[in-house]
Ligand binder design. Structure first.
Ligand code: BES
Ligand code: MN
Ligand code: ZN
Length: 514
């Protein structure tokens, strides 16, 4: 099995003109007539080659575009890539993240070994250097990622590693860039880890294997511990939801708990946070089986849980000063003689009973046990993340995740984290009207609502398992995968949620109030 491309990221104090690399990357805004200072210095040594590209109209600096000009003996780099940042007045840090991703993706395609990024120079003083460096580091990991673990024919000869440096001539700024880069690299690595796990198919990752991977994650980090409940322990604890969903598969369910204990002291009053992620390693629908077309996509039904694993990895690497519990219920949803059935009444871990009317609404059946576990652990804030409903995709498309919750402040904080991380969310309701639809006549709850508002009724179901905690729910169906390659990303898992949740937790640590 091949390893994923190894990204090595550093800062370097250097002038762009002298910097020796296979490729140097500069950013440009679409509404700026002139090149910035760094661009002008390079262009004059290239005898106006960049200006000629622009004059010909071959590069308009729109977001997602790029152009390459070739170096000469007067500059250190063999190639200069211009990446578009879009309109200056609209540009957020995400433009820098996307530009770095775009450049890194092209660098891998071009088999570039050493890449120098000076994208931040275009932003001058608009964002703090650490903030922009973090975004660029995240983007570098994101763009250079491709999933080819199982490709044995190595015909395209892609390189094993990519050396990337953020370059800046100013020593003080370089120091600040380094700080952001370290955080961004930790987050980038965690997101790539999540993408690889998510991309692995269901014959490679089943619930016991996912548990083994979580255990390894904890072994490799001194601040993480891992506990796994197997099917016997699940039965002893009466975790009826996850047991029901997992009952149809030969691969037995696992309830994975990663506990992060920070190295230092936690400020008084800082909340304990639980992240609960859905990890259905394959969702066939069960007895309420799905249509055959695109069913392979359902290997990605574990991405919520994997986003939690990735976030825990990032949190541990960053050494964040707060207590975080990662809770990942994992099962495989298959039809068989031992499956749970439509009509079954299941007693969940909380004691609440659920009438199962569709075995394909299995995510909520495992999440309710995860939420109850977080409540029992007395977590103050519980955030769940799941590829929960096709209805959420119908509502929002593939651009943002659905965000529901019972606490305005938590919702606002997650919206803010979405802005910072570039992983977008859109707030949706989950209140009383929706909860009404989830009442059963013969049990406490039913697991599906009416035809309409499926993302909201699903959230309304979950809401009832959050106890008195501040709770938010992220429905990431539609966000889990890039069906087609984009300028920034290879096809396959997006790793969505790792940046969003890590950013939320970082903000929580930095914030004065919570
Ligand atoms: N994992 C699916 C949701 C999903 C669908 C994710 C498409 C990504 C892409 C979930 O378990 C599911 O099957 N939901 C059902 C719920 C319904 C039975 C109430 C759905 O959305 O159809
Ligand atoms: Mn399903
Ligand atoms: Zn599912």
């Amino acid at each position: 099995m091949r390893n994923i491309i190894d990204v090595q990221l550093k800062t370097r104090r250097a002038a762009a003109t002298e910097y020796r690399a296979d490729m140097l990357v500069l950013g440009a805004f679409s509404d700026e007539k002139k090149l910035d200072k760094v661009g002008r210095a390079i262009d004059s040594r290239l005898d106006g080659a960049i200006e000629r590209v622009i004059k010909l109209g071959d590069f308009k600096a729109k977001l997602g575009t790029s152009a390459v000009v070739y170096g000469n003996e007067k500059i250190g780099a063999k190639r200069v890539m211009l990446v578009g940042l879009g309109e200056k007045k609209k540009a957020t840090v995400d433009a820098a993240r996307k530009a770095a991703a775009n450049a890194s993706k092209k660098a891998v395609e071009m088999k570039v070994q050493t890449l120098g990024l000076a994208i931040h120079a275009a932003f001058a003083n608009r964002f703090q250097p650490a903030v922009i460096a973090r975004a660029m580091a995240e983007g570098t990991y994101f763009g250079s990622y491709r999933y080819d673990e199982f490709v044995t024919a190595n015909e395209d000869g892609r390189l094993d590693s990519l050396k990337v440096e953020l370059i800046d001539p100013d020593p003080i700024r370089t120091k600040k860039l380094s700080k952001g880069l370290a955080a961004g690299a930790a987050i980038g690595r965690a997101q790539s880890y999540a993408r690889t796990l998510a991309n692995r198919p269901a014959n490679v990752i089943d619930p016991p294997e996912l548990a083994a991977l979580a255990r390894k994650l904890a072994r490799d980090s001194k601040n993480l511990t891992c506990t796994v409940f197997d099917e016997k322990q699940l039965a002893a604890k009466r975790m009826g939801g996850i047991l029901a969903v997992g009952s149809g598969s030969q691969s037995k369910p696992r309830f994975i708990i990663l506990k992060y204990t920070p190295p230092g002291k936690v400020a008084a009053g800082r909340p304990a946070v639980a992240l609960v992620g859905k990890a259905i390693t394959f969702d066939s629908g069960g007895i309420s089986i799905k249509p055959a077309a695109n069913m392979d996509h359902m290997k990605l039904d574990k991405t919520g849980g994997i986003a939690v694993l990735g976030t825990m990895k990032a949190v541990a690497e960053l050494g964040l000063a707060l207590n975080v519990l990662g809770i990942v219920p994992s099962a495989e949803n298959l039809p068989s003689g031992s499956s749970y059935r439509p009509g079954d009444i299941i007693t969940t871990f909380s004691g609440k009973t659920v009438e199962v009317l569709n075995t394909d609404a299995e995510g909520r059946m495992i999440l309710c046990d995860g939420l109850e576990y977080a409540v029992k652990q007395k977590c103050d804030i519980i955030i769940d993340i799941a590829t929960l409903t096709g209805a959420c995709m119908v509502a929002l498309g593939k651009y943002m995740a659905g965000l529901m919750g019972n606490n305005e402040k938590l919702i606002k904080q997650l919206q803010k984290a979405a802005e910072g991380s570039g992983e977008k969310v859109w707030s949706m309701p989950s209140g009383d009207e929706y909860a009404e639809e989830m009442k059963s006549k013969i049990a406490d709850l039913r697991n599906i609502g009416s035809k309409w508002g499926g993302a909201c009724t699903a959230a309304a179901f979950l809401r009832q398992f959050a106890g008195n905690a501040k709770w938010a729910h992220l429905d990431i169906a539609g966000m889990d995968v890039f069906q087609e390659p984009t300028e920034y990303a290879a096809p396959g898992s997006s790793g969505f949620g790792v940046r969003l949740l890590t950013t939320y937790l970082m903000n929580l640590v930095e914030g004065k109030t919570w």
